[in-house]
Design a protein around this ligand. Structure first.
Ligand SMILES: [Zn+2]
Ligand SMILES: [Zn+2]
Length: 463
């Protein structure tokens, strides 16, 4: 009897531990590091009017109490880039939450927001090297898939077709992470594709070529042949029955935070159309750059309906949207830096970290965990606390992060005022907002639903 009882317990332990093990194996974690913008010149006590760089001597002498309280805290400041203490605390927190992610996506912008007069080629390269070292130090042996950002260049935002000083050195810095074939395409265009394992391909693109602030490629139809290469790569991936995760720094479509289309118009639609025929293999796109938490849907083509001559623009748009279900979804993760550009009427954001979760068999994205730190509180307590802000599955009421589920989440947001308010609040990583009025709501919804230029314009008219 006693023996049977022990056997039963043993069997129970065996079965439950196997279930836990298989669940663990089914779900994988991916850290997304983006827009760290670590400022090596940040000085505690520095002047926020000067990117927290110039030390305020009155801070110690107590000559000007008002100015003292506004001086840069060691934990960070909303008007400045990432301090050393904030940077290290972010990596320590990531390593504490998940020290062994399956891989890391790192979508660039390592360099602080400084004028070109304060930067040079070697400072850019040093920033990229520092971040590479830091990632390798905290996550030894973990695979890393990087993308280049518009601030990872000199002059800022300017990346020309390679080979050139920047792309050659970036290839060298990224060499621990990439194959020799990838390093060759990085030298020419800053893009590559790597197989994470048989069945999952990471396609990393250099979308800084298309960014409106980059003036190096405006007279070209396909800088560095990236789009032709992308088409071939996706076609090959389909033949090999691979799923594809697309990563890059700048996303196409309309950026609500800065009230601009991110890409030159000549590139916006053609870039999106390149993915149109591959919705069966593309899991999602993951971007940074906007320093705001949001997502966008996209479609296989701007319009799949035959336009009738008597239709005006609104009729055309209505016909188009009725027939189209999204074929893809793009997630824009918020930044680590809390920096607010004083010349742009946009809110700052709290520092953020994001971890995606995926199914290790189907490679479908299942969820993400959005972590945040309340910088206002941190400054008061002089210490950095990280918290879970929300889980995508819970907030969006979805079972997974596929395009159709995220389209249903969009409909929920469109039809539930409170959801849009929270979505708007999460945009700035829970930094208090003034709320979202009628115009703001319209722009938010159109940005989420219509990354194509004509679709966005039409949406603003009819929504
Ligand atoms: Zn950035
Ligand atoms: Zn950027």
């Amino acid at each position: 009897m006693k023996f049977n009882y022990l056997l039963f317990i043993l069997l129970y332990i065996l079965i439950t531990s196997n279930t836990i093990l298989s669940q663990k194996l089914l779900n994988g974690n991916i850290w997304h590091i983006t827009d760290t913008h670590f400022d090596f010149s940040y000085q505690p006590g520095g002047d926020p009017d000067d990117m927290c760089r110039i030390y305020k001597s009155s801070h110690h002498k107590g000559e000007d109490h008002d100015k003292d309280t506004q001086s840069a805290s060691p934990v960070g400041n909303y008007r400045c880039d990432t301090s050393y203490q904030l940077l290290i605390s972010a990596f320590e927190e990531m390593a504490k939450i998940e020290p062994n992610p399956d891989f890391i996506i790192w979508t660039g912008d390592d360099v602080p927001h400084l004028d070109n007069s304060e930067l040079n080629q070697s400072l850019i390269i040093q920033s990229i090297v520092n971040m590479t070292d830091l990632i390798q130090y905290y996550f030894p042996g973990v695979r890393v898939f990087p993308s280049i950002g518009n601030h990872d260049s000199y002059p800022q935002h300017q990346i020309a077709v390679g080979p050139n000083w920047l792309l050659n050195q970036v290839a060298e810095i990224w060499s621990p992470f990439l194959s020799n074939d990838s390093l060759e395409t990085v030298k020419v265009g800053g893009y590559y594709s790597e197989l994470f394992e048989p069945g999952l391909r990471i396609v990393s693109l250099n979308t800084v070529f298309y960014y409106t602030q980059n003036k190096q490629c405006t007279n070209q139809s396909d800088p560095a042949g990236q789009l032709a290469w992308l088409n071939e790569t996706l076609s090959m991936a389909r033949q090999n029955q691979e799923k594809v995760l697309v990563i890059a720094h700048v996303a196409p479509g309309y950026c609500v935070k800065y009230s601009v289309f991110n890409f030159h118009f000549q590139f916006n639609d053609i870039y999106l159309e390149t993915f149109g025929n591959y919705s069966d293999i593309i899991i999602a796109h993951i971007y940074g750059h906007e320093h705001t938490d949001n997502y966008r849907l996209y479609y296989s083509q701007p319009s799949s309906v035959v336009i009738q001559p008597e239709w005006d623009e609104i009729d055309q748009f209505l016909a188009m949207t009725k027939q189209q279900m999204p074929s893809g979804v793009m997630f824009m993760s918020p930044s680590l830096t809390p920096y607010m550009d004083p010349y742009v009427p946009a809110l700052p954001n709290n520092p953020s970290l994001r971890m995606f979760q995926y199914n290790t068999t189907s490679y479908q994205l299942l969820d993400y965990l959005q972590f945040w730190s309340n910088l206002t509180d941190n400054i008061m307590t002089n210490q950095i606390n990280w918290m879970l802000e929300y889980k995508a599955k819970d907030f969006y009421h979805v079972e997974a992060l596929d395009p159709i589920s995220m389209y249903e989440a969009y409909l929920l947001i469109e039809n539930t005022e409170e959801m849009l308010d929270i979505y708007h609040y999460y945009n700035s990583v829970s930094y208090p907002t003034k709320g979202c009025d009628e115009i703001c709501r319209k722009i938010q919804l159109c940005s989420m639903r219509h990354p194509y230029s004509k679709g966005f314009e039409g949406c603003l008219v009819v929504l």
